[in-house]
Design a protein around this ligand. Sequence first.
Ligand SMILES: O=C(O)CCC(=O)C(=O)O
Ligand SMILES: [Fe+2]
Length: 315
Amino acid sequence: MFKDSFKYYKSKNPPPDLDKVLDFDNIEKISSRAIDAQASSNSYGLKSVQTWNVYELVEHPGNFLNYECETIGQRYWTVRCLQDYSKKPNKTNLDAFNLVPDDKQWWDVCQNNNNKLLINKLRWVTLGYHHDWDTKIYTEENKGEFPKDLGSLSKYITQVLGFLNFNAEAAIVNYYHMDSTLSGHTDYSEQNLEAPLVSFSFGQTAVFLLGGKTKEEEPTAMFLRSGDIVVMSKESRLCYHGVPKILQIDSRFWDCFEQNDLVNKEFKEIVNICKEEALWKPFGDYLSHSRININVRQVLRRGQKRLCNESEEKT
Ligand SMILES: O=C(O)CCC(=O)C(=O)O
Ligand SMILES: [Fe+2]
């Protein structure tokens, strides 16, 4: 049962036995998957395709999971998520609380006041089509512009993995702290369920559970580390998944920032923050007690111009 595993890994006392968690460093249980190694050069801090490690779970029949590690642009995406994507008018969980003055932005307020409480209060931001957590419906109403850099990164990755025509139209950025969890769920609200979900992890390590199409199936637990990318597609697209635990790790994953000419030239200022330790410090401090996950989705079917409701769909 999904919920029993969730409870097991969430437990503080007794703590779970992590030896059972699938570690992609140990590739015995998973098979490597062929990719298009001829793909053209990318941008936004990905390592070259030739060095990617891509896996598909064979132990979990019907589930399909690609795994790629080692982005060198981890600092870049961290800065984007904290400083830029969190900005109004993007919708965040903070909107309901009036904690950030109308004319100010969350990250700036946190930096100016060294406000530890406020910094831990941001839990999600939506980009592009806004996903309403209560109704589980995407709305045209609060739609914001989808960031071009994140759109290109997602398109590039999906293309290399053989999913042509992926169009990034919505994303949820999840901000976790050491005691945060995300309960088991499926992501079914997109009108295009053939398109994969692309998920990026930065900062602290997650124990991620990937189950089956019902809550009764036993999930597989795996570590998602900083720089890992999961593409949920085909059979696994509608499988239950969740995050029962965040584990403290050191900063070696994001402390290896290298100058990369391929990083988008439009974002020179961000690259500068990544390179200058003094400018990077507040972002590094945030990651030392947090995990950031960017979950990118295509919402519309190919050729569809806007969201339609059920009755429109039938005509
Ligand atoms: O944090 C993660 O790895 C998963 C997030 C997720 O499942 C979601 O946003 O729907
Ligand atoms: Fe999800």
